[in-house]
Design a protein around this ligand. Structure first.
Ligand code: PMP
Length: 421
């Protein structure tokens, strides 16, 4: 019997090729025959400093010979303590408590459970979760429940819980979103427990951008009505939007913040859900029934924590912000070139992320242009994975100007190719 590998978000029935990668370095993946593929989406938005960064690699090597894995319920270890201490340089002061899990989805599940546990333990009846239209928070049942409904989760609809949805704050119509949020928050019959948002940019929902002033106003409305504000910084965290966390740009201190992906530099899985003291205190008691009931076998895996500590050291010691600023400037210049293209629309940038649509008359995730673009980029040795007809670039910060120019050139070629064909 041979066992077949079932790939994520892959329709095997279409028989598309699944190329194999043998090694990676900095902003590139290499096939066994030496073919170089430029990683223009940071390997699904996780890599920040580049593949196989020597400091992260050696931290993993060193830690794995000393303490590989241990239970984290009732026991602790130095890499986790070091990480908690180190994160205090990066997080708002109000986020005094961190809880470990393994992925962005679990960080979100933990956040939702913390929010509901907070109200439950305070004996206040608040169960409704508010979400933003077009959001994506992960693929587990809870995370899907607070994300957009569509073809991705139609089959599981009976399992998803009800939420209150506010509209995406489209440019010029932001007040409508704020008004909707306020109406939900004022509902004394069914007061919300929390609002969860992707700050500044909705990733999988189509790289949709809204301004820091709207983020700040949403947080203020929540605060005024005691509704917990959850920032899902799984994608936006660790520099993607130009600052370490997107919330910084709005001066927002969320009640709960989720991070994963870039926490270890994107090398191995680790997630953190950070929470304020009142949320921790709502679970702190001599009553065992009030503890926070969440765990997974690999919670705070020491090797993953060591990788995260190396990530923090890189942020402290290397010119990471300069690298980010160079990408931001380079994208801006490329945008000017894209503005000349007749079949490009919706050009937008949020920090190191540049996105736009290629007009194809259909325009959603299932657009037939998506797979054609994917194949075009694969054939041109660039790792880009359009969301339907939305093309976006989200490179690791170590990408060289030569590599970035090569990515831009192939994108321009694709734009012209799909206009002419
Ligand atoms: N939240 C956001 C905003 C994300 O972009 C993602 C993943 N793309 C997740 C949560 C889920 O993270 P993971 O894939 O690590 O479970």
């Amino acid at each position: 019997m041979s066992i077949n590998i079932w790939h994520p978000f892959t329709q095997h029935g279409l028989g598309e090729p699944i190329p194999e990668i043998a090694r990676a370095e900095a902003a590139a993946l290499y096939q066994a025959d030496g073919t170089k593929i430029i990683d223009a989406i940071s390997s699904w938005w996780v890599q920040t400093h580049g593949h196989c960064h020597p400091r992260i690699v050696s931290a993993i090597q060193e830690q794995s010979t000393r303490l590989d894995q241990m239970i984290f319920a009732g026991w602790t270890h130095e890499p986790a303590r070091e990480l908690a201490a180190g994160l205090s340089d990066f997080l708002p002061e109000s986020l005094e408590h961190i809880f470990f899990s393994d992925s962005g989805s679990t960080a979100v599940e933990v956040a939702l459970k913390m929010a509901l546990g907070y109200w439950h333990n305070r004996r206040e009846s608040r169960q409704k979760i508010l979400v933003m239209e077009h959001s994506y928070h992960g693929d587990t049942i809870g995370a899907m429940s607070v994300g957009a409904r569509g073809v991705f989760n139609q089959a599981y609809a009976p399992l998803l819980f009800d939420v209150g949805t506010i509209g995406f704050p489209e440019a010029g119509a932001e007040q409508a979103t704020l008004d909707q949020l306020e109406t939900f928050c004022k509902d004394s019959e069914n007061p919300p427990a929390a609002l969860i948002v992707e700050p500044l940019i909705l990733g999988a929902g189509g790289m949709k951008i809204y301004g820091p002033e709207i983020l700040a106003q949403m947080a203020a409305i929540c605060r005024d009505h005691d509704v917990l504000f959850i920032a899902d910084e799984v994608m936006t965290g660790w520099g993607r939007t130009g600052t370490v966390f997107a919330c910084e740009q709005a001066g927002v201190e969320p009640d709960i913040l989720c991070m994963a992906k870039g926490l270890t530099g994107g090398v191995i899985p680790l997630a953190v859900t950070a929470a304020t003291d009142p949320i921790y205190q709502a679970h702190y008691s001599e009553n065992r029934a009030q503890m926070f009931f969440h765990s997974s076998s690999f919670t705070a895996n020491p090797i993953a924590c060591a990788a995260a500590n190396a990530n923090l050291a890189i942020w402290r010691d290397e010119p990471v912000q300069q690298r980010i600023d160079a990408i931001i400037a380079s994208h801006l210049a490329f945008s000017d070139r894209l503005k000349q293209k007749s079949n490009v629309s919706g050009l937008r940038q949020c920090g190191t992320i540049l996105a736009f649509e290629i007009d194809d008359g259909a325009g959603d995730y299932m657009s037939s242009l998506g797979p054609q673009l994917l194949a075009f980029f694969r054939d041109h040795k660039i790792l880009l994975r359009p969301l339907g007809n939305t093309i976006y670039i989200m490179p690791p910060y170590c990408i060289s100007s030569v590599e970035l120019d090569a990515v831009y050139a192939v994108i321009e070629e694709a734009i012209d190719h799909f206009r002419d064909c």
